[in-house]
Design a protein around this ligand. Structure first.
Ligand code: CAA
Length: 257
């Protein structure tokens, strides 16, 4: 059975990537992470793909790194493998990546969702960083990204106890942008991806890049970065077309140039 299912053009310009290890709640073993990162990097290079949706199944987005696979590893094994360095490649994708999360998003599963640009959650989604319960801590960004997303006090509470939190809590705390009924979570994510895919691609790319700088730069540096990207877009044909179409009261046609 394929551990990853990729479908192109599920909506115009939208690719869908599905984690597919249902028997282990989509636990992220090394083979799956390798395939996932390779696939996302390849889709990022495909001109016809304008937005990517990443999902699991109704019961689990992903229940974390594969505990069975790493249980007997030594620190030296972990250092040599440096598995989580692969995850940094996901951070560098140019195209928007939307997580459609239902069921468990735990440990590495929660970290993977947080690596995405937008999270749409089903009302059954459960998030958490339960690593503490198996004698470790989050290792793929959880202590950093969860804290930035929901604040220090809550992150401390949930990382130190390993408790799960609900989709509704995640929405109230700003971790996810929307909670929708379980039968709609994938549809809503695809609809959103299609809406973004219909926007001028270079502007989408630079908007994503600028927003992500919030986590890396001071306000002054971030404003400078944004301003340069704004000016840069005036070198594109899509900027000329977009503004001309507005004045001529017609729909714009984007070329990605
Ligand atoms: N790794 C490997 N296998 C896993 C797994 C994981 N993270 N999560 C679930 N599975 C497997 C179970 O072992 C079980 O397999 P078997 O049928 O062969 O026993 C199968 O998936 C179904 O799981 P359960 O029977 O446990 O289902 P449940 O409904 O009773 O419980 C659950 C669901 C609460 C999510 C529970 O499975 C669980 O606690 N999973 C582990 C969650 C976890 O600790 N994640 C963090 C992993 S460490 C990490 O991610 C590090 C990092 O920062 C990257």
């Amino acid at each position: 059975m394929e551990v990853l299912i990729v479908e192109r053009e599920v909506r115009p310009g939208v690719a869908l990537v599905r984690l597919n290890r249902p028997e282990s709640l989509n636990a992220l073993n090394r083979a799956l992470v390798a395939q996932l990162t390779d696939t996302l990097l390849a889709l990022d290079q495909e001109e016809s793909v304008r937005a990517i949706v990443l999902t699991g199944n109704e019961r689990a987005f992903a229940a974390g790194a594969d505990i069975k696979e790493m249980a007997s590893d030594s620190a030296v094994d972990m250092l040599k493998l440096d598995q989580f360095q692969r995850w940094d490649q996901i951070k560098r994708l140019k195209k928007p990546l939307i997580a459609a999360v239902s069921g468990y998003a735990l440990g590495g599963g929660c970290e993977l969702a947080m690596l995405c640009d937008i999270i749409i959650a089903s009302e059954t989604a459960q998030f958490g960083q339960p690593e503490i319960k198996i004698g470790v801590i989050p290792g793929a960004g959880g202590t950093q990204r969860l804290t930035r997303a929901i604040g220090k006090s809550r992150a401390m509470e949930y990382v130190l106890t390993g408790r799960f939190f609900s989709a509704q809590q995640a929405e109230a705390w700003g971790l996810v942008s929307r909670v929708v009924p379980v039968e709609l979570y994938l549809e809503e994510a695809l609809k959103l991806a299609a809406e973004i895919a219909a926007m001028p691609p270079l502007a989408v790319q630079l908007a994503k890049q600028s927003i992500n700088k919030v986590y890396e730069l001071s306000l002054e540096e971030g404003l400078h970065f944004e301003r340069r990207n704004f000016y840069l877009l005036f070198a594109t044909e899509d900027q000329k077309e977009g503004m001309r179409a507005f004045m001529e009261k017609r729909a714009a046609t984007w070329q990605g140039k």
